[in-house]
Design a protein around this ligand. Sequence first.
Ligand SMILES: Cc1cc2nc3c(=O)[nH]c(=O)nc-3n(C[C@H](O)[C@H](O)[C@H](O)COP(=O)(O)O)c2cc1C
Length: 343
Amino acid sequence: MKKNSFQTIRQAEIFAKSNIRKGSFEWLQAGAEDNLTRDKNLYDLKIAKILPKHLTGLKKLDFSSNIFGKKIKSPLILSPMGHQSQFHKNGEIETAKAFNNMQRISFFSTQGRMSLKDIRKRNKNAYLGWEIFPFGHTNWIKNEIKNAEKLKCLSICLCIDANVRSHRYQDREIDYDARKFGTRTNPTPPNPKLALNYDWSLVTWIKKNTKLPLVIKGIMTKKDAQEAIKRKVDAIWVSNHGGRMFNSGISSLEALREVSNLKSKTTKIFVDGGVRKGSDIIKYLCAGADLVGIGRPAMYGLILDGAAGVRRVFEILESELSTAMINGGFKNLKHMQKSRIKK
Ligand SMILES: Cc1cc2nc3c(=O)[nH]c(=O)nc-3n(C[C@H](O)[C@H](O)[C@H](O)COP(=O)(O)O)c2cc1C
């Protein structure tokens, strides 16, 4: 079977493993320490149950929505991921091609290998979000914000859950250092140690310094969600970084259940972690998310067939989402309600 003919995400995962150097694959898969948080994301999605509704006169399916003033075609988005030139020589530039003219949202980050300018140059019509790690003085952060505004990003995102590199046994035990592989055009952030100096006043400061919608990524508790909402952020992103930063944490589904009541017209909720099937997307939407991100699956696609592979991953998941919506009796995103999901 040809490597780019994958039919499911689990098949893409298997194919990707044999089409990339071992270290890069282990680094992509790895979670903090021995992967407990990563695996909990998958497990909690797996055991959650969806309640179907039948004979609902479901004539036409619609999973479009409005986010930050834009009509988007799908609730499925690309989560930000760093160091993508390990998986394809053009890294993030190639990944972004999968979103050009697609009316779907993709996030890229200051940890990426390709600069936002280069990503934008080749992808004029992609809905891009730019994620900033607080790895420098506020002057540097301000420059990143202004650059994202100039390059017509849809939003700014602040990553709050990755202060230092974590110990990931899966790549550490084979002595793999991702930083040594792949090219870059994006300069490395000036001073990662500064992340430890910041507190919630940084969010207030960023909010004052941009007109773009602000998303805070890495929210896992009600307390942090309240801190973010108090500062009038436009979205909270429930995420444990795919379990990569902190072991023995709770899953994204557990966290989403904690914070979903805080959703309002002015504060959207994004979530990611463990999505590998269409029904996973329904579960997150029913539990209260407006948008659902994927990380690793998109990189399997990138490894296997560049932008076409990333697009295929999205097509597969959206096709499974459509089918699951039809068979479950969900006409649109408004039908995704808490009463339709059980533990
Ligand atoms: C290789 C890799 C690099 C990542 N880099 C970032 C990053 O730069 N910023 C960030 O907020 N999250 C990063 N993440 C976490 C993702 O944004 C996302 O939260 C996670 O991958 C979702 O889980 P999933 O991989 O199970 O879909 C990274 C994840 C992976 C797998």
